[in-house]
Structure formats: structure tokens, C-alpha cells
Write a protein that binds this ligand. Structure first.
Ligand SMILES: [Zn+2]
Length: 112
């Protein structure tokens, strides 16, 4: 890692991988928000449908949070949300090197 690198400017490849982490964060929020009404609708048809839908959605939620937990920082290659055994669920910067989730690409930075 280059110590002189700015944490709010990233290479095109880093920006792309950061947007993947942002997408995961959004899905982790959206999943329960969208899932709860679906569970209620399914449950109102038949209570056991609601239960089945709940378990299916919970399994996907588990997959999403696991992917998010294991996401690597594109710059330092460490876990983006995880340092010293502590997980930072919605870190807006890498907890290891400080690379910001909303970092601009080098091209954008040059224009401004
Ligand atoms: Zn990092």
C-alpha cells in the first residue's frame, strides 16, 4: 500500500469494487424492508406460507451478510468491514486503511 495515496480518490478498479460493497450494504437494508410485507402477504394466504417465505428470506439475508462480512478492501486487501475481531456493519470507509466507500475515481478527481 502506498502511504501517500489519498483515501477519497481511487483507481477505476477500486471504484468498481467499492461500488460492489455499497450494493451489498443497500441490499442488506432493502431485504428486510421488502421481506416483511411479503411475509405478511404470504402468511395471510396461509400461515405456513408465511413461515416458509420467512425462512427463505432469512437464508438469503444470511448469505448477504456473510458476503458483506467477507468483502475485501480493493486497496489494502484486508476485510473492509472487519478489524481486530470487531465487525463494523456499515462502515463508510475501510476500517483498515481508510479508503472511503464513496471515493471518486482518479479521472473524476482530476476534473474537479
Ligand atoms: Zn483498506
Amino acid at each position: 500500500m502506498n502511504e501517500n495515496q489519498s483515501t477519497d480518490v481511487a483507481t477505476a478498479e477500486e471504484v468498481e469494487r467499492l461500488s460492489g460493497i455499497r450494493r451489498l450494504q443497500k441490499r442488506i437494508w432493502a431485504w428486510p424492508l421488502a421481506g416483511v410485507p411479503i411475509i405478511f402477504v404470504a402468511g395471510s394466504v396461509r400461515p405456513e406460507y408465511g413461515l416458509v417465505v420467512f425462512f427463505v428470506l432469512a437464508a438469503f439475508f444470511f448469505v448477504l451478510t456473510t458476503q458483506h462480512m467477507l468483502a475485501r478492501c480493493p486497496r489494502c486487501q484486508q476485510y473492509f468491514n472487519w478489524s481486530g475481531g470487531r465487525r463494523h456493519k456499515f462502515a463508510d470507509a475501510c476500517v483498515n486503511c481508510g479508503l472511503e466507500l464513496g471515493a471518486r475515481s482518479e479521472d473524476q478527481a482530476r476534473l474537479h
